[in-house]
Ligand binder design. Structure first.
Ligand code: SAH
Ligand code: SF4
Ligand code: F3S
Length: 473
């Protein structure tokens, strides 16, 4: 991506949209005695969740309050995901069921946005077969949200994404309604240029666009001032960040901001994950010692078919270097099982890599054919049941490795960030630097603070600990 700035727009300067926002505010104030309620649901990845907070921010400016219940809602907004077929099916099932609510409450507005509706074929299908949906926007088309909503609310006009609307801008200064305190997401770049052969994301999220470092720094500074203590920098491939400085430098600059907080980032692509990045992680005190480095497969042949542009050896070398620099590093990864043409032999190489690497956690997916991607037409002879068996095998192997990792943490002391009440009576939930959940008995007033916790036992998904009193530290 050329490092140009003319694709960056300031939301507060979009006069037309500001006017629509004001008109909707006035309309809603006249039509409702109490603030109308919106249900906003984001499917998919963290980036979508972060976008969902922006959608809520924009709706909040118009006077909407928020609810989780479709019965109560005056506006239902689905921010969709297209990464796998079952993600799309889930969305369509949920949206289909909303017909019933629309019948009961004719004034109800139903809107959709996100990766799924960015595909023109999906937008067309909704236009034709889901007449109860009033608004369809593409991925990150927030600039048009006030206008579309005004049309639907005040003029009874349906607004469906038209062909050719590609995501190609960055909107700065969008309002956000964050729900994850003391954790916050900060998107540093949008889009993806990698075109992994199985993946729909580059088609629906457009080309890579990086935010300016000064905008990112200002946002992080503001969040820290508001009491956020865990900042996750988001991008489909943060290592190709190109906002005038490279990603390791961005990390260093955020690390230099005043305040006690933690910096996380995702996702890193192994082909762009450099030693410089690992050195920056090792050298920056605030940067979490957790690396999510999706490998996808342990077979060079499959990696080449996937267009991942690295080899298993390269990946292993990166990890060896990362562990040398950060002995307490926690590694997580994504793996796809059943890519077209994957043989038992290829899969065994994946199992071998997983066993030798020792991941803290693994996100495993069964390959899902996505229309328009390069892998779409590849012969795929292995039956689904066979792939499912491999998938189970991988889960079992990782289950053992994960449990061993958790057991090894018993007796260690970690600095954790307390997130709030835990599941058990009097328990708090927190995360350590490695992003592992740690639960311990404690006072809820500790939420949003760092604490020292000694681990006393391990469960599958969480560690159990006890607070180390101040005088023993
Ligand atoms: N940009 C990130 C994440 C992309 S989507 C990255 O490159 O890592 C998250 C994960 O979904 C991917 O890492 C991949 O493992 C999985 N995924 C993407 N497309 C898929 C498909 N068609 N079928 C199955 N899993 C898929
Ligand atoms: Fe998809 Fe690959 Fe881009 Fe990740 S890097 S979003 S897997 S194309
Ligand atoms: Fe899904 Fe789009 Fe994220 S396809 S995983 S919501 S980038």
């Amino acid at each position: 991506m050329p490092e140009k700035e003319n694709y960056i727009l300031d939301y507060t300067q979009l006069a037309g949209q500001r006017q629509y926002t004001q008109l909707i505010r006035e309309y809603l104030a006249g039509a409702h005695e109490t603030p109308p309620l919106a249900l906003v649901h984001s499917f998919g990845c963290q980036q979508n969740a972060a976008d969902g907070e922006r959608i809520k921010g924009i709706l909040g400016e118009m006077g909407y309050g928020f609810t989780e219940s479709p019965e109560e809602a005056d506006l239902i907004f689905y921010n969709t995901c297209a990464v796998r077929e079952n993600a799309e099916k889930r969305v369509l099932g949920t949206v289909g069921a909303m017909k019933h609510y629309k019948r009961q409450k004719p004034g109800l507005i139903i809107a959709m946005s996100g990766c799924m509706t960015q595909q023109q074929s999906v937008a067309d299908k909704i236009k034709k077969s889901y007449p109860h949906v009033d608004i369809v926007l593409g991925a990150d088309a927030w600039a048009r949200l006030p206008e579309s909503l005004y049309g639907a609310l005040c003029q009874g006009r349906r607004s469906i994404k038209s062909p050719g609307e590609e995501p190609d801008t960055i909107l700065e200064n969008l309002p956000a309604r964050r729900t994850g305190w003391p954790k916050a997401w900060v998107t540093v770049m949008y889009g993806c240029n990698n075109f992994c052969s199985y993946c729909i994301v580059p088609y629906v999220r457009g080309r890579e666009r990086s935010r300016r470092p000064e905008d990112i720094l200002r946002e992080v500074e503001g969040l820290v001032a508001e009491g956020y203590r865990d900042i996750t920098l988001l991008g489909q491939n943060v290592n190709s960040y190109a906002g005038g400085i490279r990603f390791p430098e961005l990390l260093r600059r955020i690390n230099d901001l005043p305040g006690d907080f933690r910096i996380r980032f995702m996702t890193s692509h192994p082909k762009d994950c450099t030693r410089e990045l690992l050195d920056a992680m090792a050298g920056c005190k605030k940067v979490s010692k957790h690396l999510h480095l999706p490998v996808q497969s342990g077979s060079d042949r499959i990696l080449a078919e996937m267009n991942r542009r690295y080899t298993v050896d390269h990946y292993r070398e990166l990890i060896a270097y990362a562990r040398e620099r950060m002995p307490d590093l926690s590694l997580t990864s994504d793996i796809i099982v059943g890519f077209p043409g994957e043989t038992r032999g290829d899969f065994e190489q994946t199992l071998d890599l997983v066993q030798k690497t020792g991941y803290t956690a693994l996100y495993t997916f069964l390959y899902s054919r996505r229309s328009g991607t390069r892998a779409e037409g590849l012969p795929d002879p292995v039956p689904g049941e066979e792939k499912s068996r491999w998938f189970q095998e991988l889960l079992e192997v990782q289950g053992r490795i994960g449990a061993e990792y958790m057991e090894r943490q018993v007796g260690k002391t970690f600095r954790v960030l307390v997130e709030g009440p835990g599941r058990g009576e009097g328990k708090l939930t927190s995360r350590n630097d490695q992003n592992v959940i740690v639960e311990f008995p404690g006072d809820p007033s500790l939420a949003g603070q760092f604490a020292e916790v000694e681990i006393v036992s391990a469960r599958n998904w969480a560690l159990e600990g006890r607070l180390v009193p101040e005088e023993n530290r």
